[in-house]
Write a protein that binds this ligand. Structure first.
Ligand code: NG1
Ligand code: ZN
Length: 532
């Protein structure tokens, strides 16, 4: 049973404010100074989730990703490293909003009853956090929550989001045939470096890659990874690595800044030929960029990464002659129209569309033997089915070419994070592919040209009045708005536009594409006017 007095006693240290909270696409995310009670209660829920999984380790990541330094947030991680099961999001919201101790205990009891949880099971929770100054106190609140229900907690300190997912999976698979790796930060770097080496060794090294770490956790992580990789495998220069000045986090830098503004971050003297990339504040997103010969800024976003990976892996599967491996790609409505056309018409790879939000993409990608999913903003990974991994290991190459292709495929299954999109793992994946192909960023970029696009946000009275359907491509509500959007879109060559409520901010997002930048801007502007 639950020790009500212990819950009440510890809960008193984390009083609920008069704020209402929602566990959305990115977990709970808001201003750090209203999160203390929420994180305490997430601790309680993590214990129940662990007991539900008969004592498996549950991960908790404290981060607000690309948001400003004064924000923070929290996400729960399932035993195999996935995002919290959707059916539990509602419980998280209910616990966070319980307005008294009695209501909180009733909400806990509700979870126990509905989920038929055996409270005598053990519970183990691990926690990691990004570099935000508010993180440490929030870990203390989480610890109180876990201990209030008698769970054990291990604090892994500063980690990237994908590292926390990795650690969770490693701890839960240790000593089994599915062991994922050594459950430590160094183990993570060694696993990536070793796999990278298997792909690139013997091939000419590319020029230095300059990585904008958004002054976040990606900076120290990348410094450590670079050390394990050593300079003979990859030269990395970390830029925007000031984690000691909190206000600099994500400021004029990072993957989100670069993608939204389509311009280089602070701290770069960008010259043609330079190879650059940007991470976000918790290092689960990456985009690449460079200047062309005319000095124009060029972005290689998540769509470009997905197509590069899908094409490369498909080529290897063919070369290795592994039978019955289906390769597929998962996109959202934010994928550039040119990317979708390239995948369908040139690569001839099936594309599935899901609503925005990584959990949707991840599950759709699991349906393929090799499922690449990337959001245009740079969050994504490539998943390999158990059957594919077995096939790569059990096939013997008949020629040197077949054997080499198999070796690279096997290395990729170790290099690419199988739990969640991971900027460091994706960085090495792209670098490994480009090294194998001896290609520059410009050459990679030449596969197709993005249609000009514009992403805007509109502050509305109540974003919940907007209901997106058909994988976010249309609005069911407010009534009549979709028709008005369609009428405007029809006036533009290559026009496409859609509207959806954000899952992470109190805004409605408007996306538009058209034949020229002027037209994309204009269409976005008109649609914003319709929404407002
Ligand atoms: P919202 O705020 O729901 O648009 C944003 C990103 C998503 C996803 C989540 C999770 C865009 C347009 N939206 O969601 O793709 O990454 O954050 O962090 O980039
Ligand atoms: Zn992130």
């Amino acid at each position: 049973t639950m020790d009500h007095s212990k819950i009440t006693e510890l809960s008193a240290k984390h009083p609920k404010l008069n704020v209402s909270y929602t566990y959305g696409t990115a977990g709970f995310r808001t201003k750090a100074d209203v999160l203390d009670s929420v994180i305490f209660r997430v601790g309680l829920l993590a214990v129940l989730r662990s007991k539900k999984h008969a004592g498996k380790v549950i991960g908790v990541m404290i981060t607000a990703s690309h948001n400003p330094a004064q924000d923070n947030g929290v996400k729960l991680v399932e035993p195999m490293g996935e995002m919290l099961a959707q059916s539990w999001e509602q419980y998280a919201t209910e616990l966070a909003n319980a307005s008294s101790d009695d209501a909180l205990i009733a909400a806990l009891q509700n979870v126990v009853e509905k989920e038929q949880i055996d409270l005598s099971n053990e519970a183990v929770v691990i926690v990691g956090r990004d570099t935000r100054p508010s993180g440490e106190a929030l870990v203390a609140a989480l610890t109180d929550g876990v201990q209030a229900l008698g769970g054990k907690i291990t604090d892994y300190g500063l980690t990237t989001t994908p590292q926390l997912h990795y650690l969770t999976r490693c701890l839960n698979t240790q000593g089994t045939p599915d062991a994922y790796g050594e459950p430590s930060e160094q183990g993570y770097y060694r696993k990536l470096a070793e796999a990278f080496k298997r792909i690139v060794s013997g091939k000419p090294k590319l020029s230095t890659i300059y990585v904008d770490a958004a002054n976040g956790i990606g900076a120290p992580a990348l410094h450590k990874l670079a050390k394990v990789l050593t300079d003979d495998l990859l030269s990395v220069q970390v830029v925007n690595d000031d984690t000691a000045t909190p206000t600099k986090l994500n400021h004029q830098s990072g993957a989100d800044f670069v993608k939204v503004n389509q311009k280089k971050p602070e701290g770069f003297d960008l010259k043609p030929g330079m190879r650059c990339a940007s991470l976000d504040g918790d290092a689960d997103r990456i985009v690449f960029w460079y200047a062309d010969n005319a000095g124009t800024f060029k972005l290689l976003d998540g769509d470009k990464i997905a197509t590069l990976a899908a094409e490369f892996i498909m080529g290897l599967v063919r070369k290795a002659k592994v039978p019955n491996i289906n390769v597929g790609l998962v996109q959202t409505a934010y994928a550039n129209g040119s990317a979708t056309a390239y995948v369908k018409d040139t690569l001839k790879v099936p594309v599935v569309f899901t609503p925005t939000g990584v959990k949707h993409l991840h599950h759709a990608a699991e349906e393929f033997d090799v499922g690449a999913y990337f959001e245009a903003n740079g969050h994504g990974t490539v998943l390999f089915s158990q059957q594919a991994i077995k096939a790569f290991h059990s096939t013997t190459g008949k020629t040197a070419e077949e054997t080499e292709a198999l070796e690279i495929l096997k290395a990729l299954t170790d290099l690419i994070n199988q739990t969640v999109g991971d900027a460091l793992s994706d960085l090495l994946m792209v670098e490994a592919i480009l090294t194998s192909q001896g290609r520059s960023l410009a050459d990679w970029d030449s596969a197709y040209s993005d249609l000009p696009s514009r992403l805007e946000k509109v502050k509305v009275q109540n974003r919940l009045n907007f209901e997106a359907i058909k994988a976010d491509t249309e609005l069911a509500k407010p009534e009549g708005l979709q028709q008005k959007i369609n009428q405007q879109v029809a006036k533009f060559k290559h026009g496409r536009s859609f509207v959806r409520p954000s899952g992470t901010e109190d805004v409605v997002r408007v996306y538009a594409e058209a034949d020229t930048q002027e037209n994309a801007d204009l269409l976005a502007n008109i649609v914003c006017g319709l929404v407002y």
